[in-house]
Write a protein that binds this ligand. Structure first.
Ligand SMILES: NC(=O)c1ccc[n+]([C@@H]2O[C@H](COP(=O)([O-])OP(=O)(O)OC[C@H]3O[C@@H](n4cnc5c(N)ncnc54)[C@H](OP(=O)(O)O)[C@@H]3O)[C@@H](O)[C@H]2O)c1
Length: 271
């Protein structure tokens, strides 16, 4: 059984000078070109790795002002390199983490136009053997922290009459990830309900569902999506104000074309 993306099995990376612990006020540092507050602002969590890092780079390429969150400052700085991104390290699983991050973000730029909630951890193994603490860790970060962060940034989006929240889901399929899947199902329900609630406010909710992606939270194997492919889908969905976006690995798209039997077998195998 494995916990990936966070926790004892993952953090701290070797180059991390200190382990993130109790909530600390996020500190800011600016990189590269001068920050311009007339630009659109995206707050990206999970920006130190995988999908979040690739998404941050994609938005930066289009001239957005980026606010980057994760716990690992060194890896956030790597994502920020060459851009005007501001790094806001904070532990979102800490009780006050989402509130402190939102406060730092709004203090830095005055507004958040798009929130991409890319922070997440995954626990794999039989549920009957899953430690209770890990049940809490997965639900706390993947579900609760995301909802609290959205709750913190939403009022300023509604007041501005514009904005977009991007949530990441995962497809049902692969086994031994019951709690991770439960969190994802919760996010899907939340995205749909919140979208309806926000109709007419100018604020939208995009739910992005990638197939398996080659990131720290997956064992590396052939045929997975790249984080860049998912980032491109997220960027396009934001640009087009899409409610939902699905992205499948290239092999799966080819299998779909070959017929439903092979497609189902691949999905059952890879999730
Ligand atoms: N990979 C896939 O196949 C896949 C498929 C569908 C959906 N997704 C979803 O996409 C999202 C990103 O997945 P990924 O594969 O890109 O993950 P990843 O590479 O493991 O990255 C996880 C990110 O979450 C951050 N994080 C972990 N614990 C945190 C905490 N307590 N506070 C703040 N940040 C924290 C990590 O930053 P630090 O280590 O610096 O804290 C890292 O930036 C997840 O929600 C996942 O469920 C992934």
């Amino acid at each position: 059984m494995t916990l990936t993306g966070s926790g004892p099995a993952h953090d701290p990376p070797a180059h991390t000078p200190r382990r993130a612990g109790a909530p600390v006020p996020a500190r800011t540092r600016v990189y590269g070109p001068e920050r311009r507050l007339d630009r659109r602002v995206a707050l990206v969590t999970g920006a130190s790795s995988g999908i979040g890092a690739a998404t941050a780079r994609r938005f930066a390429m289009d001239g957005w002002q980026l606010l980057l969150n994760g716990r690992d400052r060194y890896r956030l700085e790597r994502t920020a390199a060459g851009t005007s991104a501001v790094v806001l390290p904070a532990d979102l699983a800490a009780p006050d983490g989402p509130r402190l991050l939102a406060r730092s973000a709004l203090h830095t730029t005055g507004r958040v136009d798009v929130l991409v909630a890319g922070a997440g951890i995954r626990w794999t193994g039989p549920f009957a053997a899953m430690p209770h603490t890990d049940i809490d860790r997965v639900l706390t970060l993947d579900l609760n922290a995301t909802l609290h962060l959205v709750r913190e940034v939403l009022p300023t989006m509604i007041a501005a009459g514009r904005g977009r929240v991007v949530l990441l889901g995962a497809r049902a399929g692969a086994g031994e990830e019951a709690v991770y899947r439960a969190a994802q199902a919760g996010l899907a329900a939340f995205a749909g309900a919140l979208r309806e609630e926000l109709r007419g406010t100018g604020v939208g909710v995009t739910f992005v569902v990638p197939g398996p992606v080659d990131t720290a939270s997956r064992t590396h194997r052939a045929g997975l999506l790249t984080p860049g492919e998912v980032a491109a889908t997220i960027f396009d969905a934001v640009r087009r104000h899409r409610d939902e976006a699905h992205v499948a690995p290239p092999a799966e798209s080819r299998a779909r074309a070959l017929g439903p039997g092979l497609y189902r077998r691949l999905r059952d195998r890879f999730g």
